[in-house]
Write a protein that binds this ligand. Sequence first.
Ligand code: HEC
Length: 92
Amino acid sequence: MFSRVFPIVLLTVFLAPFAEAADPQTAKQLVDTHCYKCHGTEVYTRPDRRVTSLPKLHSQVRRCELALGLKWFDQDIENVADYLDKKFYRFK
Ligand code: HEC
């Protein structure tokens, strides 16, 4: 049992940092490519910003993405919302 599970555990532990590192980079690229057409980062940090929670951040990213007609996957929305949260909002 142990000998069968161990390589998988080892592989997961080994690959996890790479998976973690890839997502913020992809999210940053998505934002840099698509999200500066109507507003810059000032809307994320202004004192009267509209987004006040993580779920609201998700729906706002979805709304803006739809306005662009990009057809992102849910995973992209999630990554971008997490990226904006880490960089600007800091709900988590
Ligand atoms: C078609 C124009 C447009 C594009 C392109 C756009 N946005 Fe927006 N975005 C808006 C408008 C309009 C608002 C609301 C600004 C306001 O209320 O003054 C907004 C607000 C936001 C907010 C909320 C800011 C706050 O007050 O907390 C977030 C987050 C956001 N956009 C993310 C994005 C992301 C991510 C992208 C790239 C997918 C993007 N936007 C691209 C138009 C756009």
